[in-house]
Design a protein around this ligand. Sequence first.
Ligand code: LLP
Length: 428
Amino acid sequence: MTNGDTRLPGHPHIAHRDGLLQVEGVALDALAKEHGTPLFVYSKQWMLDALAAYQRGFEGRDALVCYAMKANSSLGVLRVFAEAGCGFDIVSGGELARVLAAGADPAKVIFSGVGKTRAEMRQALAAKIGCFNVESEAELEVLHQVASETGVRAAVSIRINPNVDPKTHPYISTGLKGNKFGIAHDRALAAYRHAASLSGLQVVGIDCHIGSQITEAAPYLEALERVLDLVEQIEAAGIPLHHLDFGGGLGIDYHGETPPAADSLWLQLLARLDARGFGRRRLIVEPGRSLVGNAGVCVTEVLYLKPGEEKNFCIIDAAMNDLPRPAMYQAFHAIVPVREGAGDSQTYDVVGPVCESGDWIGRDRALRVAEGDLLAVLSAGAYCMAMASNYNSRGRAAEVLVSGTNASVIRRRESIEDQLRSERPDGA
Ligand code: LLP
Protein backbone atom coordinates (compact mmCIF):
# COMPACT_ATOMS: atom_id res chain seq x y z
CA MET A 1 0.00 0.00 0.00
CA THR A 2 1.16 3.54 -0.68
CA ASN A 3 1.51 6.59 1.56
CA GLY A 4 -1.69 8.17 0.25
CA ASP A 5 -3.76 5.34 1.73
CA THR A 6 -6.01 5.89 4.73
CA ARG A 7 -5.30 2.88 6.88
CA LEU A 8 -7.74 1.75 9.51
CA PRO A 9 -6.30 1.69 13.02
CA GLY A 10 -5.40 -1.87 14.04
CA HIS A 11 -5.77 -3.10 10.46
CA PRO A 12 -2.43 -2.61 8.71
CA HIS A 13 -3.48 -4.59 5.62
CA ILE A 14 -6.83 -2.88 5.13
CA ALA A 15 -7.00 0.67 3.80
CA HIS A 16 -8.99 3.03 1.61
CA ARG A 17 -7.09 3.74 -1.57
CA ASP A 18 -8.57 6.32 -3.93
CA GLY A 19 -11.61 6.22 -1.67
CA LEU A 20 -12.14 2.45 -2.05
CA LEU A 21 -11.48 -0.10 0.66
CA GLN A 22 -8.84 -2.70 -0.13
CA VAL A 23 -7.54 -5.80 1.61
CA GLU A 24 -3.84 -5.89 0.73
CA GLY A 25 -3.87 -5.04 -3.00
CA VAL A 26 -7.43 -6.11 -3.80
CA ALA A 27 -10.43 -3.76 -3.90
CA LEU A 28 -13.46 -5.02 -2.02
CA ASP A 29 -16.09 -3.61 -4.37
CA ALA A 30 -14.66 -5.65 -7.24
CA LEU A 31 -14.67 -8.79 -5.09
CA ALA A 32 -18.26 -8.15 -4.04
CA LYS A 33 -19.29 -7.68 -7.66
CA GLU A 34 -17.63 -10.92 -8.67
CA HIS A 35 -18.61 -13.15 -5.74
CA GLY A 36 -21.68 -11.49 -4.22
CA THR A 37 -22.35 -10.56 -0.59
CA PRO A 38 -22.09 -11.27 2.27
CA LEU A 39 -18.47 -12.14 1.56
CA PHE A 40 -15.63 -12.81 3.98
CA VAL A 41 -12.25 -11.55 2.78
CA TYR A 42 -9.03 -12.42 4.59
CA SER A 43 -5.50 -11.02 4.37
CA LYS A 44 -2.90 -13.79 4.30
CA GLN A 45 -0.18 -11.31 5.21
CA TRP A 46 -2.01 -10.27 8.39
CA MET A 47 -2.13 -13.92 9.49
CA LEU A 48 1.56 -14.45 8.74
CA ASP A 49 2.52 -11.22 10.54
CA ALA A 50 0.46 -12.25 13.57
CA LEU A 51 2.19 -15.64 13.60
CA ALA A 52 5.57 -13.94 13.21
CA ALA A 53 4.96 -11.97 16.43
CA TYR A 54 4.67 -15.26 18.34
CA GLN A 55 7.70 -16.69 16.54
CA ARG A 56 9.76 -13.60 17.44
CA GLY A 57 8.67 -13.96 21.05
CA PHE A 58 9.86 -17.57 21.11
CA GLU A 59 13.09 -17.10 19.19
CA GLY A 60 15.79 -19.43 20.49
CA ARG A 61 13.27 -21.43 22.57
CA ASP A 62 11.76 -24.85 22.08
CA ALA A 63 8.22 -23.70 21.30
CA LEU A 64 5.27 -24.78 19.19
CA VAL A 65 2.41 -22.52 18.15
CA CYS A 66 -0.74 -24.64 17.86
CA TYR A 67 -3.35 -22.53 16.05
CA ALA A 68 -6.70 -22.95 17.85
CA MET A 69 -8.60 -23.72 14.69
CA LYS A 70 -12.02 -23.19 16.24
CA ALA A 71 -11.44 -19.49 15.53
CA ASN A 72 -11.55 -20.09 11.79
CA SER A 73 -11.46 -23.63 10.49
CA SER A 74 -11.78 -23.01 6.76
CA LEU A 75 -9.39 -25.22 4.84
CA GLY A 76 -7.75 -22.30 3.05
CA VAL A 77 -6.93 -20.64 6.38
CA LEU A 78 -5.65 -23.90 7.90
CA ARG A 79 -3.43 -24.37 4.87
CA VAL A 80 -1.74 -20.99 5.51
CA PHE A 81 -0.80 -22.06 9.05
CA ALA A 82 0.11 -25.63 8.08
CA GLU A 83 2.50 -24.31 5.43
CA ALA A 84 4.01 -21.94 8.01
CA GLY A 85 4.86 -24.97 10.18
CA CYS A 86 2.20 -24.46 12.85
CA GLY A 87 0.67 -27.12 15.00
CA PHE A 88 -3.07 -27.09 15.70
CA ASP A 89 -5.31 -27.16 18.74
CA ILE A 90 -8.46 -29.13 17.89
CA VAL A 91 -11.66 -29.78 19.85
CA SER A 92 -13.52 -32.38 17.80
CA GLY A 93 -13.17 -35.23 15.35
CA GLY A 94 -14.49 -32.89 12.68
CA GLU A 95 -11.66 -30.44 13.34
CA LEU A 96 -9.17 -33.32 13.17
CA ALA A 97 -10.50 -34.40 9.77
CA ARG A 98 -10.34 -30.80 8.52
CA VAL A 99 -6.83 -30.14 9.68
CA LEU A 100 -5.54 -33.38 8.18
CA ALA A 101 -7.29 -32.47 4.91
CA ALA A 102 -5.43 -29.14 5.02
CA GLY A 103 -2.09 -30.95 5.25
CA ALA A 104 -1.22 -30.57 8.94
CA ASP A 105 1.40 -32.75 10.60
CA PRO A 106 -0.64 -34.93 13.04
CA ALA A 107 2.29 -35.05 15.47
CA LYS A 108 1.77 -31.29 15.98
CA VAL A 109 -1.93 -31.65 16.78
CA ILE A 110 -3.21 -31.35 20.35
CA PHE A 111 -6.78 -32.27 21.28
CA SER A 112 -8.58 -30.05 23.83
CA GLY A 113 -12.19 -30.04 25.04
CA VAL A 114 -14.27 -31.25 27.98
CA GLY A 115 -16.39 -33.77 26.10
CA LYS A 116 -14.30 -35.95 23.82
CA THR A 117 -16.20 -39.07 22.74
CA ARG A 118 -14.65 -42.54 22.56
CA ALA A 119 -15.00 -42.43 18.77
CA GLU A 120 -13.09 -39.14 18.66
CA MET A 121 -10.39 -40.58 20.91
CA ARG A 122 -10.03 -43.61 18.60
CA GLN A 123 -9.89 -41.35 15.55
CA ALA A 124 -7.18 -39.18 17.14
CA LEU A 125 -5.12 -42.18 18.29
CA ALA A 126 -5.32 -43.69 14.80
CA ALA A 127 -4.12 -40.38 13.34
CA LYS A 128 -1.21 -40.37 15.85
CA ILE A 129 -1.84 -36.88 17.18
CA GLY A 130 0.72 -35.32 19.49
CA CYS A 131 -1.20 -35.01 22.74
CA PHE A 132 -4.61 -35.07 24.43
CA ASN A 133 -5.37 -32.16 26.76
CA VAL A 134 -7.46 -34.02 29.31
CA GLU A 135 -10.03 -32.01 31.26
CA SER A 136 -11.39 -34.37 33.93
CA GLU A 137 -10.55 -37.45 35.95
CA ALA A 138 -13.42 -39.31 34.23
CA GLU A 139 -11.87 -38.51 30.84
CA LEU A 140 -8.49 -39.88 31.99
CA GLU A 141 -10.22 -43.18 32.74
CA VAL A 142 -11.98 -43.40 29.37
CA LEU A 143 -8.89 -42.41 27.41
CA HIS A 144 -6.90 -45.06 29.25
CA GLN A 145 -9.52 -47.69 28.28
CA VAL A 146 -9.70 -46.60 24.63
CA ALA A 147 -5.91 -46.46 24.28
CA SER A 148 -5.53 -49.89 25.93
CA GLU A 149 -8.13 -51.39 23.55
CA THR A 150 -6.29 -49.83 20.63
CA GLY A 151 -2.95 -51.15 21.90
CA VAL A 152 -1.24 -47.76 22.12
CA ARG A 153 -0.37 -45.28 24.86
CA ALA A 154 -2.02 -41.90 24.64
CA ALA A 155 0.19 -38.89 25.34
CA VAL A 156 -1.63 -36.68 27.83
CA SER A 157 -1.41 -33.27 29.36
CA ILE A 158 -3.88 -32.35 32.10
CA ARG A 159 -5.67 -29.05 31.83
CA ILE A 160 -5.45 -27.20 35.09
CA ASN A 161 -7.99 -24.63 36.12
CA PRO A 162 -5.78 -22.00 37.78
CA ASN A 163 -8.72 -19.96 39.16
CA VAL A 164 -7.52 -16.71 37.62
CA ASP A 165 -9.87 -13.96 36.42
CA PRO A 166 -9.00 -13.07 32.81
CA LYS A 167 -11.23 -9.96 33.02
CA THR A 168 -13.13 -10.69 29.85
CA HIS A 169 -16.75 -11.49 28.88
CA PRO A 170 -18.20 -14.16 31.22
CA TYR A 171 -19.04 -16.49 28.29
CA ILE A 172 -15.38 -16.60 27.27
CA SER A 173 -13.77 -16.80 30.73
CA THR A 174 -12.61 -20.34 31.25
CA GLY A 175 -10.09 -20.38 34.09
CA LEU A 176 -12.32 -19.54 37.05
CA LYS A 177 -13.48 -22.04 39.66
CA GLY A 178 -17.08 -21.92 38.48
CA ASN A 179 -16.19 -22.85 34.87
CA LYS A 180 -16.62 -26.31 33.41
CA PHE A 181 -13.02 -26.40 32.18
CA GLY A 182 -9.96 -28.18 33.52
CA ILE A 183 -9.16 -29.88 36.80
CA ALA A 184 -9.12 -27.74 39.93
CA HIS A 185 -5.71 -26.64 41.13
CA ASP A 186 -5.98 -28.53 44.41
CA ARG A 187 -6.99 -31.80 42.71
CA ALA A 188 -4.26 -31.59 40.10
CA LEU A 189 -1.54 -33.54 41.89
CA ALA A 190 -3.90 -36.43 42.65
CA ALA A 191 -5.05 -36.45 39.02
CA TYR A 192 -1.42 -36.58 37.82
CA ARG A 193 -0.62 -39.43 40.20
CA HIS A 194 -3.61 -41.32 38.92
CA ALA A 195 -2.75 -40.62 35.26
CA ALA A 196 0.81 -41.81 35.80
CA SER A 197 -0.52 -45.11 37.18
CA LEU A 198 -2.66 -45.88 34.09
CA SER A 199 -0.87 -48.07 31.55
CA GLY A 200 -2.78 -46.66 28.58
CA LEU A 201 -1.51 -43.15 29.24
CA GLN A 202 1.81 -41.41 29.05
CA VAL A 203 1.95 -38.13 30.93
CA VAL A 204 3.81 -35.57 28.84
CA GLY A 205 2.65 -32.12 29.86
CA ILE A 206 0.43 -29.65 31.65
CA ASP A 207 -1.83 -27.01 30.20
CA CYS A 208 -4.14 -24.17 31.05
CA HIS A 209 -6.31 -21.74 29.12
CA ILE A 210 -7.89 -18.95 31.13
CA GLY A 211 -10.16 -17.26 28.63
CA SER A 212 -10.39 -15.35 25.40
CA GLN A 213 -10.05 -11.73 24.25
CA ILE A 214 -7.67 -11.04 27.15
CA THR A 215 -6.21 -7.56 26.85
CA GLU A 216 -3.75 -7.46 29.76
CA ALA A 217 -0.59 -9.37 30.66
CA ALA A 218 -1.44 -9.67 34.37
CA PRO A 219 -3.86 -12.65 34.19
CA TYR A 220 -1.31 -14.59 32.14
CA LEU A 221 1.44 -13.86 34.64
CA GLU A 222 -0.78 -14.94 37.50
CA ALA A 223 -1.78 -18.19 35.74
CA LEU A 224 1.85 -18.90 34.88
CA GLU A 225 2.97 -18.70 38.49
CA ARG A 226 0.15 -20.98 39.59
CA VAL A 227 0.91 -23.54 36.88
CA LEU A 228 4.63 -23.51 37.73
CA ASP A 229 3.80 -24.07 41.42
CA LEU A 230 1.99 -27.21 40.33
CA VAL A 231 4.75 -28.32 37.96
CA GLU A 232 7.15 -28.21 40.91
CA GLN A 233 4.80 -30.35 43.01
CA ILE A 234 4.09 -32.83 40.21
CA GLU A 235 7.75 -33.28 39.34
CA ALA A 236 8.65 -33.61 43.03
CA ALA A 237 6.20 -36.53 43.05
CA GLY A 238 8.35 -38.18 40.35
CA ILE A 239 6.24 -37.34 37.30
CA PRO A 240 8.32 -35.43 34.73
CA LEU A 241 6.53 -32.97 32.46
CA HIS A 242 7.97 -32.63 29.00
CA HIS A 243 5.98 -29.58 27.94
CA LEU A 244 4.11 -26.60 29.39
CA ASP A 245 1.09 -25.32 27.44
CA PHE A 246 -0.29 -21.88 28.32
CA GLY A 247 -3.32 -21.95 26.02
CA GLY A 248 -4.50 -19.06 23.88
CA GLY A 249 -6.67 -16.09 24.66
CA LEU A 250 -4.68 -13.06 23.60
CA GLY A 251 -7.11 -10.34 22.53
CA ILE A 252 -7.24 -8.11 19.47
CA ASP A 253 -8.21 -4.52 18.78
CA TYR A 254 -11.94 -4.47 17.96
CA HIS A 255 -12.71 -1.05 19.37
CA GLY A 256 -9.55 0.60 20.64
CA GLU A 257 -8.47 -2.23 22.96
CA THR A 258 -4.71 -2.33 23.45
CA PRO A 259 -3.71 -5.93 24.17
CA PRO A 260 0.01 -6.58 24.50
CA ALA A 261 1.68 -7.78 21.29
CA ALA A 262 2.41 -11.51 21.35
CA ASP A 263 6.19 -10.96 21.39
CA SER A 264 6.14 -8.46 24.26
CA LEU A 265 3.72 -10.62 26.27
CA TRP A 266 6.06 -13.58 25.84
CA LEU A 267 9.08 -11.52 26.77
CA GLN A 268 7.44 -11.00 30.16
CA LEU A 269 6.31 -14.60 30.53
CA LEU A 270 9.68 -16.00 29.48
CA ALA A 271 11.43 -13.79 32.03
CA ARG A 272 9.35 -15.48 34.75
CA LEU A 273 9.91 -18.93 33.25
CA ASP A 274 13.66 -18.27 33.18
CA ALA A 275 13.64 -16.93 36.73
CA ARG A 276 11.96 -20.10 37.95
CA GLY A 277 14.22 -22.39 35.92
CA PHE A 278 11.68 -23.49 33.28
CA GLY A 279 12.89 -21.37 30.37
CA ARG A 280 14.34 -24.35 28.47
CA ARG A 281 11.22 -26.46 28.74
CA ARG A 282 9.19 -27.15 25.58
CA LEU A 283 6.46 -24.51 25.39
CA ILE A 284 3.14 -24.72 23.60
CA VAL A 285 0.60 -21.97 22.99
CA GLU A 286 -2.87 -22.22 21.47
CA PRO A 287 -3.73 -18.82 19.99
CA GLY A 288 -6.85 -18.52 17.85
CA ARG A 289 -8.29 -15.02 17.62
CA SER A 290 -4.92 -13.23 17.70
CA LEU A 291 -3.81 -15.17 14.58
CA VAL A 292 -6.86 -14.48 12.40
CA GLY A 293 -9.24 -11.95 13.99
CA ASN A 294 -8.14 -8.76 12.31
CA ALA A 295 -7.15 -10.53 9.09
CA GLY A 296 -10.79 -10.65 8.01
CA VAL A 297 -13.65 -8.40 6.98
CA CYS A 298 -17.21 -9.25 6.00
CA VAL A 299 -18.43 -7.27 3.00
CA THR A 300 -22.17 -6.70 3.01
CA GLU A 301 -24.68 -4.69 0.96
CA VAL A 302 -27.12 -2.17 2.37
CA LEU A 303 -30.57 -3.46 1.39
CA TYR A 304 -32.79 -0.82 2.94
CA LEU A 305 -32.64 2.31 5.05
CA LYS A 306 -35.58 2.47 7.42
CA PRO A 307 -36.05 5.64 9.42
CA GLY A 308 -37.91 5.13 12.69
CA GLU A 309 -39.29 7.19 15.53
CA GLU A 310 -36.63 6.11 17.99
CA LYS A 311 -34.04 4.51 15.74
CA ASN A 312 -32.97 4.54 12.15
CA PHE A 313 -32.24 1.09 10.81
CA CYS A 314 -29.68 0.20 8.20
CA ILE A 315 -30.70 -3.25 6.98
CA ILE A 316 -27.83 -5.20 5.46
CA ASP A 317 -27.62 -8.59 3.76
CA ALA A 318 -25.34 -10.09 6.45
CA ALA A 319 -27.02 -11.29 9.63
CA MET A 320 -26.51 -12.98 12.96
CA ASN A 321 -26.10 -16.30 11.16
CA ASP A 322 -22.98 -14.87 9.45
CA LEU A 323 -21.74 -12.62 12.27
CA PRO A 324 -23.03 -14.13 15.53
CA ARG A 325 -20.73 -12.31 17.96
CA PRO A 326 -22.85 -9.17 18.58
CA ALA A 327 -25.95 -11.27 19.35
CA MET A 328 -24.04 -13.75 21.51
CA TYR A 329 -21.63 -11.51 23.42
CA GLN A 330 -22.83 -7.97 22.68
CA ALA A 331 -19.54 -7.75 20.83
CA PHE A 332 -18.43 -4.65 18.94
CA HIS A 333 -17.30 -4.87 15.32
CA ALA A 334 -16.34 -1.67 13.53
CA ILE A 335 -18.39 -1.05 10.37
CA VAL A 336 -16.97 1.12 7.60
CA PRO A 337 -18.20 2.04 4.12
CA VAL A 338 -16.34 0.32 1.28
CA ARG A 339 -16.50 3.57 -0.72
CA GLU A 340 -15.60 6.67 1.25
CA GLY A 341 -18.29 9.29 0.73
CA ALA A 342 -18.92 12.96 1.38
CA GLY A 343 -21.89 14.55 3.12
CA ASP A 344 -23.64 14.16 6.42
CA SER A 345 -23.73 10.96 8.37
CA GLN A 346 -26.76 9.61 10.26
CA THR A 347 -26.96 7.33 13.23
CA TYR A 348 -28.22 3.84 12.51
CA ASP A 349 -28.65 0.49 14.12
CA VAL A 350 -27.10 -1.85 11.56
CA VAL A 351 -29.23 -4.99 11.47
CA GLY A 352 -29.63 -8.14 9.41
CA PRO A 353 -32.70 -9.74 7.78
CA VAL A 354 -33.13 -12.48 10.41
CA CYS A 355 -36.46 -12.42 12.20
CA GLU A 356 -35.45 -11.52 15.71
CA SER A 357 -34.41 -8.36 17.51
CA GLY A 358 -31.15 -10.02 18.55
CA ASP A 359 -30.08 -9.82 14.92
CA TRP A 360 -28.05 -6.67 15.12
CA ILE A 361 -24.49 -6.16 13.92
CA GLY A 362 -23.80 -2.65 15.24
CA ARG A 363 -25.76 -0.19 17.35
CA ASP A 364 -25.86 3.60 17.10
CA ARG A 365 -23.32 3.83 14.29
CA ALA A 366 -22.72 7.09 12.47
CA LEU A 367 -22.74 6.17 8.77
CA ARG A 368 -22.95 7.96 5.48
CA VAL A 369 -24.83 5.36 3.46
CA ALA A 370 -27.39 4.86 0.73
CA GLU A 371 -29.26 1.75 -0.32
CA GLY A 372 -27.04 -0.45 -2.48
CA ASP A 373 -23.82 0.71 -0.82
CA LEU A 374 -21.31 -1.80 0.44
CA LEU A 375 -20.16 -1.86 4.06
CA ALA A 376 -17.27 -3.79 5.59
CA VAL A 377 -17.69 -5.32 9.04
CA LEU A 378 -14.16 -5.43 10.47
CA SER A 379 -12.37 -7.87 12.76
CA ALA A 380 -14.38 -10.69 11.21
CA GLY A 381 -11.59 -13.24 10.79
CA ALA A 382 -12.17 -15.08 14.08
CA TYR A 383 -15.32 -16.73 15.40
CA CYS A 384 -17.53 -15.49 12.58
CA MET A 385 -17.51 -17.98 9.70
CA ALA A 386 -16.59 -20.71 12.18
CA MET A 387 -19.78 -20.01 14.14
CA ALA A 388 -21.98 -19.28 11.10
CA SER A 389 -25.23 -21.19 10.80
CA ASN A 390 -28.10 -21.75 8.40
CA TYR A 391 -30.62 -20.01 10.65
CA ASN A 392 -33.56 -18.73 8.59
CA SER A 393 -32.31 -21.19 5.91
CA ARG A 394 -29.70 -18.68 4.88
CA GLY A 395 -26.76 -20.17 3.00
CA ARG A 396 -23.36 -19.54 4.49
CA ALA A 397 -21.27 -16.81 2.88
CA ALA A 398 -18.34 -17.30 0.51
CA GLU A 399 -14.73 -16.69 1.60
CA VAL A 400 -11.82 -15.19 -0.29
CA LEU A 401 -8.17 -15.28 0.72
CA VAL A 402 -6.11 -12.33 -0.50
CA SER A 403 -2.36 -12.39 -0.91
CA GLY A 404 -0.93 -9.23 -2.45
CA THR A 405 -3.00 -8.59 -5.58
CA ASN A 406 -4.15 -12.18 -5.79
CA ALA A 407 -7.59 -13.25 -4.54
CA SER A 408 -8.66 -16.89 -4.31
CA VAL A 409 -12.05 -18.25 -3.36
CA ILE A 410 -11.42 -20.66 -0.51
CA ARG A 411 -15.11 -21.41 0.03
CA ARG A 412 -17.89 -20.95 -2.47
CA ARG A 413 -21.22 -19.59 -1.32
CA GLU A 414 -23.43 -22.31 0.11
CA SER A 415 -26.35 -23.08 -2.19
CA ILE A 416 -29.85 -24.14 -1.23
CA GLU A 417 -29.01 -27.56 -2.72
CA ASP A 418 -26.12 -27.83 -0.23
CA GLN A 419 -28.56 -27.14 2.57
CA LEU A 420 -31.22 -29.60 1.41
CA ARG A 421 -28.84 -32.43 0.52
CA SER A 422 -28.88 -34.24 3.85
CA GLU A 423 -32.61 -33.94 4.51
CA ARG A 424 -35.47 -36.28 3.56
CA PRO A 425 -39.00 -34.84 3.82
CA ASP A 426 -40.51 -38.33 4.08
CA GLY A 427 -37.93 -39.56 6.55
CA ALA A 428 -36.83 -42.31 4.13
N1 LLP B 1 -7.38 -23.11 23.68
C1 LLP B 1 -8.55 -23.48 24.23
C2 LLP B 1 -8.57 -24.67 25.08
C3 LLP B 1 -9.72 -22.74 23.99
O1 LLP B 1 -10.86 -23.11 24.55
C4 LLP B 1 -9.66 -21.59 23.16
C5 LLP B 1 -10.85 -20.80 22.88
C6 LLP B 1 -8.41 -21.26 22.59
C7 LLP B 1 -7.30 -22.03 22.88
C8 LLP B 1 -8.24 -20.08 21.68
O2 LLP B 1 -8.55 -18.88 22.32
P1 LLP B 1 -8.29 -17.50 21.56
O3 LLP B 1 -6.79 -17.35 21.36
O4 LLP B 1 -9.01 -17.54 20.26
O5 LLP B 1 -8.86 -16.49 22.47
N2 LLP B 1 -16.54 -17.51 20.33
C9 LLP B 1 -15.92 -16.63 21.28
C10 LLP B 1 -14.56 -17.11 21.71
C11 LLP B 1 -14.59 -18.49 22.31
C12 LLP B 1 -13.22 -19.00 22.70
C13 LLP B 1 -13.27 -20.44 23.03
N3 LLP B 1 -12.02 -21.05 23.34
C14 LLP B 1 -15.85 -15.23 20.68
O6 LLP B 1 -16.30 -15.03 19.55
O7 LLP B 1 -15.39 -14.29 21.32
